[in-house]
Design a protein around this ligand. Structure first.
Ligand SMILES: Nc1ncnc2c1ncn2[C@@H]1O[C@H](COP(=O)(O)OP(=O)(O)OP(=O)(O)O)[C@@H](O)[C@H]1O
Length: 557
């Protein structure tokens, strides 16, 4: 990941800073001439150099203004690019990679750490460049004016610049601690917001407030420790540089007393010394700050770079254009990263077009994992899966309908949630047709705005069943050739729940797989029932075959 990019803006910035430095140096040189001509009584030259001093101030101010604008624009562009890259790497990562990463890390990186990057890296780095140009041009001028002072300055300065190095390791270590405390802060805040209902109902506001206080205290305390160490490093270096200034001034004063230096030259030398010492202090301070941002840059590089080696579902797979006739799983095994136990164990089965399958089994038996594998969300399984004759490691099904257990909705209108922000006349007619059905119709009358009703953050303005119905409608509107449903009736009322099988029954010619806990006669609507236990297919067949033992069934209410 390139944080620093050499582009036209940066080159423009370098040129402007070079001009600012040259114009800045004109000022002490004018002072030198003003003083010397005033002492000599040459008023013509005195006024000439006085005007030059004024002009140099005016040009310097103008250039500084435009330089500042380019500076801000460069930082803005870099931050846009970095935030975009982090977001893209998050969005492009496949499901397994996404699950391995911590969401809080991403949130913290995009929200907090890029802000730190702006202040501690970009602003500091550009400041170093600006100051380095001023320092170099001033040193050259100083050398021309007085080589003895310049050489003494360089030697002593070289010696005292060792001080800041003593602090750099500690600063980097503290910055790492600070980053992890900001991540913990983001995590804690996000958890409190999503668990608000649980917190309220269980009356755990007080312990959570105490926990949150501890988290922010830790974060602020680490931040303060970091700030204090940077200040200490700066004070040690700053004070030693001021002593250096005093020493050089004494050498200059001695030279004036010996008649080897004019007062004007001493004034110009003093001013130029300020142009050398102030940037030198700034550069050292900024270098410490830049070093403190290293852990953030490493973290961003790790995320953005390491993801490049991961499979991106959009880029490594090609879309299957033909209809799905068969999905064949052969000895498929899967265990979640970091886990020892297989969640799926040698699962072999062939799902066929035009048939409806129900998957049943106890909690944790691997039903949802199986659907995620078929949906190509989980790709790091072992064994083989073929869609028609294609290996599923290289193709993905474009027109797939997948309803997971979480019924996620975007904070947008019902319509946008249904059509996934792709509204057009044909699709509108499909929506209208679908919403004439008894199952979906009540969704339109519940709120005055109908399809334009904004559902809120993850559909919080809707009931659980309404959210589930929108997710079912969204999947159906894709006209899928394969439909995967993970407990689509878990939030539905009895009447709606009993309508699901009817809706699926009308979907001819597609492959439909539904995970369900509804063990009643509605299962008769399915061609095949698969029974999972500890990730293994222990039974499959028609309703009559699987439920030979009728005691397994729950009576239809
Ligand atoms: N991201 C994950 N990391 C580690 N283990 C996981 C993960 N997701 C699920 N599991 C584990 O995998 C096993 C199977 O989970 P899965 O969700 O597939 O079961 P299920 O049959 O759908 O259960 P349920 O009927 O309760 O929804 C469980 O033991 C679960 O704890």
């Amino acid at each position: 990941m390139k944080f620093f990019k050499i582009d036209f803006q940066l080159i423009g910035l370098l040129l402007i800073n070079l001009m600012i430095s040259i114009v800045s140096i004109l000022f002490p040189l004018s002072l030198m001439k003003i003083t010397d001509y005033l002492i000599k009584g040459n008023l013509n030259k005195f006024y000439y150099f006085l005007s030059l001093a004024f002009v140099s101030i005016a040009i310097q101010m103008t250039l500084t203004y435009f330089g500042g604008k380019i500076n801000n624009s460069y930082i803005k562009n870099r931050l846009i690019s970095i935030r975009e890259k982090i977001y893209n790497s998050l969005m492009k990562s496949d499901y397994a990679t996404f699950k391995r990463k911590k969401k809080d890390e991403y949130l913290s990186l995009i929200l907090t750490n890029t802000q730190l990057l702006e202040n501690d890296y970009y602003k500091s780095l550009l400041n170093v460049i600006t100051k380095a140009i001023l320092l170099t041009t001033s040193l050259i001028t100083l050398f021309i004016l007085n080589s003895l002072i310049t050489v003494s300055l360089l030697i002593i300065f070289g010696l005292i610049s060792v001080f800041p190095l003593l602090f750099s390791n500690k600063i980097v270590k503290l910055q790492k601690e600070f980053i992890s405390s900001t991540e913990e802060h983001t995590r804690s805040l996000a958890e409190s917001l999503s668990g608000f209902e649980v917190i309220k109902v269980n009356r755990i506001t007080k312990p959570l407030m105490e926990k949150y206080k501890a988290v922010i205290e830790e974060m602020e305390h680490t931040g303060m420790k970091l700030g204090n160490t940077i200040i200490l490093a700066n004070v040690v270096f700053g004070s030693s540089t001021m002593l250096l200034f005093l020493l050089i001034f004494l050498i200059g004063g001695y030279s004036v007393s010996q008649g080897t230096l004019t007062i004007g030259t001493l004034i110009a030398t003093t001013q130029l010394l300020m142009y050398v010492i102030e940037p030198a202090i700034s550069i050292t301070q900024e270098i410490n700050t830049i070093k403190s941002s290293k852990p953030i840059r490493e973290k961003i590089t790790e995320i953005v770079f390491s993801d490049k080696e991961e499979k991106y579902i959009d880029e490594s797979f090609f879309p299957l254009k033909e209809d799905v006739c068969e999905i064949r799983l052969d000895k498929v095994c899967y265990k979640y990263p970091g886990e020892n136990m297989n969640v799926l164990n040698n699962f072999s089965y062939s799902f066929k077009k035009g048939k409806k399958y129900a998957i049943i089994g106890g909690n944790g038996s691997g039903k949802s994992t199986l659907l995620k594998i078929i949906a190509n969300l989980i790709t790091d399984y072992s064994g083989n899966i073929h869609i028609n004759s294609h290996d599923m490691k290289v193709v993905f099904i474009e027109n797939i309908g997948y309803i997971d257990q979480y019924n996620f909705l975007f904070n947008a209108s019902i319509l946008d949630n249904l059509l996934l922000f792709n509204e057009n006349k044909i699709r509108m007619r499909e929506v209208e047709a679908l919403f004439e059905r008894k199952f979906f119709a009540p969704l339109l009358t519940t709120h005055n705005e109908g399809l334009n009703f904004i559902v809120g953050d993850n559909g919080e303005n809707l009931s659980g069943g309404q959210k589930q119905k929108i997710c079912i409608a969204r999947a159906l509107l894709k006209n899928p050739s394969i439909l995967l449903l993970d407990e689509p009736n878990s939030a539905l009322d009895v009447e709606s729940s009993n309508q699901i099988e009817g809706i699926l029954g009308e979907l001819n010619d597609i492959l439909c797989i539904m995970v369900t806990h509804k063990l009643d006669e509605s299962l008769k609507e399915f061609d095949e029932i698969l029974v999972l236990e500890n990730g293994q297919l222990i039974n499959h067949g028609s309703y009559e075959k699987v439920f030979l033992d009728k005691s397994l069934l729950v009576p239809v209410s």
